[in-house]
Write a protein that binds this ligand. Structure first.
Ligand code: ARG
Length: 455
């Protein structure tokens, strides 16, 4: 058995089995790289609160803030190491503070635990990613809106059960995507509201017997409220992550539907749309191939986000109250999801802007029976009871006598999206975007002030 160097925070001088150490540390040094920034901000807020409580002098505080800013900028450059023997980013940061600030570094952990630290770092990570998603969703909705306004007037069949149903249009299809995206923006705001409570100051999960002003810590970190119950802070680890992943999974499902639609439409059976050559990939054996791999991967990424929710449900669902090391495994799906969704939305927005439309193929697919409902309703407008009109048109179709009257074809109004409707989408999108920008500014201002050294 190899002995680990005495660097862990909880080191008591006894040996730890090397394999056990490696197993318990797991991937933390990898995922925690993305938490260094957030832990530096949490540490700065905690140090400021310790100073307010008279437990750190102004000088000590300033030296800690300076060292935290250095850790943070090293992390931005990719130069902040988390050696596996130090377990995680919290330990590596504390070690750096002790190295550069001496006794002040040894004071910072008073009144906190890695349990409330990691909850805080994860919440800040999720908040910042939710805000990024909002920006991405706004750009994606804008792409649907722009394309809809440009090409929405092109007629296209509408399907139910994948069978011809009623006349529709490119605009009606894109309008659905735009509206669903606005709905996901609302869901993201709801998520922000749920997460807007500060975990810091609750220690290992039962509070800390020091006069820490938690309201102050929360305000410094840009949280609107304190998460009051220390046990609930630990219980909400995993729960908040699930809220975060569920919103992501719903957005993923939207992109999955979009890519599924596009895959049908690019295929030879439909031939309604085409991807620009630069967006397709080739085959290693079949020279003629130009494949829509990008759509398939978007679909698979969307599906995988649902699997991540299931992963979290299983990892965290069975736990009794309080902290358990199981929670460490909630980081990977959460951090991966935060980052991936940004890429997925950017790619999906590009697809919406750049696919090519084959209007003739769409028009050719609109066989006469697609106008049957319109023909029945034209009779209704002439005073025929609907069920009779329905039977009359049905009989014409069965007998092969139905011809779509051009007057009816010309009045397929509901299948197209009006300028007014696009305008309401634009107005809603504008309001949601402004709200997202304000929210992002509020959080970023609080974050930017944390590492700044005052007078
Ligand atoms: N890596 C740990 C986690 O994610 C950090 C907290 C460790 N706390 C502890 N009591 N071992 O949960």
């Amino acid at each position: 058995m190899t002995k680990q160097p005495s660097a862990r925070l909880w080191e008591k001088g006894t040996d730890l089995d090397e394999a056990i150490h490696r197993f318990t540390v797991g991937d933390d040094p990898v995922w925690d790289r993305q938490l260094v920034h957030w832990d530096c901000l949490g540490s700065a807020a905690h140090a400021r609160t310790l100073n307010r409580a008279g437990l750190l002098t102004a000088q000590e505080l300033n030296s800690l803030l300076k060292a935290l800013a250095e850790c943070d900028s090293a992390a931005q450059r990719g130069a902040f190491e988390i050696p596996p023997e130090l377990e995680d980013c919290h330990t590596a940061i504390e070690a750096a503070l002790v190295a550069s600030c001496g006794p002040a570094g040894e004071k910072i952990h008073a009144g906190r635990s890695r349990n409330d630290q990691v909850a805080t770092a994860m919440r800040l990570f999720m908040r910042s990613h939710t805000l990024r998603w909002l920006g991405c969703l706004a750009r994606f909705a804008q792409a649907a809106l722009d394309r809809g306004r440009r090409d929405g007037g092109i007629a296209m069949p509408g399907y139910t059960h994948m069978e011809l149903a009623m006349p529709s249009s490119v605009g009606q299809w894109l309008h659905a995507i735009a509206e669903a995206t606005l709905e996901q923006m609302r869901a993201a705001f709801d998520l922000l509201e749920r997460m807007d409570a500060c975990p810091l100051g609750t220690g290992a999960g039962f509070g800390v017997p020091l006069p820490l002003d938690r309201e102050h810590t929360a305000a410094l970190l840009g949280f609107q409220r304190v998460q009051r119950s220390p046990i609930d802070v630990q219980n909400s680890r995993g729960r908040m992550e699930k809220y975060f992943l569920r919103v992501a999974a719903d957005i993923g499902a939207l992109l999955e539907k979009l890519s599924g639609d596009m895959l049908l439409f690019v295929g030879p059976a439909y031939g309604f749309i085409e991807l620009p050559e630069s967006m397709t990939t080739g085959s290693s054996i079949m020279p003629q191939k130009r494949n829509p791999d990008v759509l398939e991967l978007l679909r698979a990424h969307g599906a995988r986000l649902r699997a991540r929710v299931a992963e979290l449900e299983w990892v965290t669902g069975k736990l009794p109250s309080g902290y358990h090391r199981d929670l460490q495994l909630s980081k990977e799906p959460t951090i991966r999801t935060g980052n991936e969704l940004v890429d997925m939305l950017a790619i999906a927005g590009r697809l919406l802007g750049e696919f090519k439309i084959n209007a003739e193929r769409m028009a050719a697919a609109m066989r006469p029976e697609i106008y049957a409902t319109h023909a029945a309703l034209a009779l209704v407008r002439q005073g025929v009871p609907f069920r009779q009109a329905y039977r009359r048109i049905g009989a014409e179709i069965t007998a092969g006598r139905f011809e779509a009257d051009p007057a009816i074809i010309g009045s397929t109004e509901p299948g197209f999206v009006s300028d007014d409707t696009w305008q309401t989408v634009a107005t809603d999108l504008g309001k949601l975007t402004a709200r997202a920008t304000a929210e992002r500014r509020r959080c970023e201002q609080a974050e930017a002030a944390l590492l700044q050294i005052g007078e």
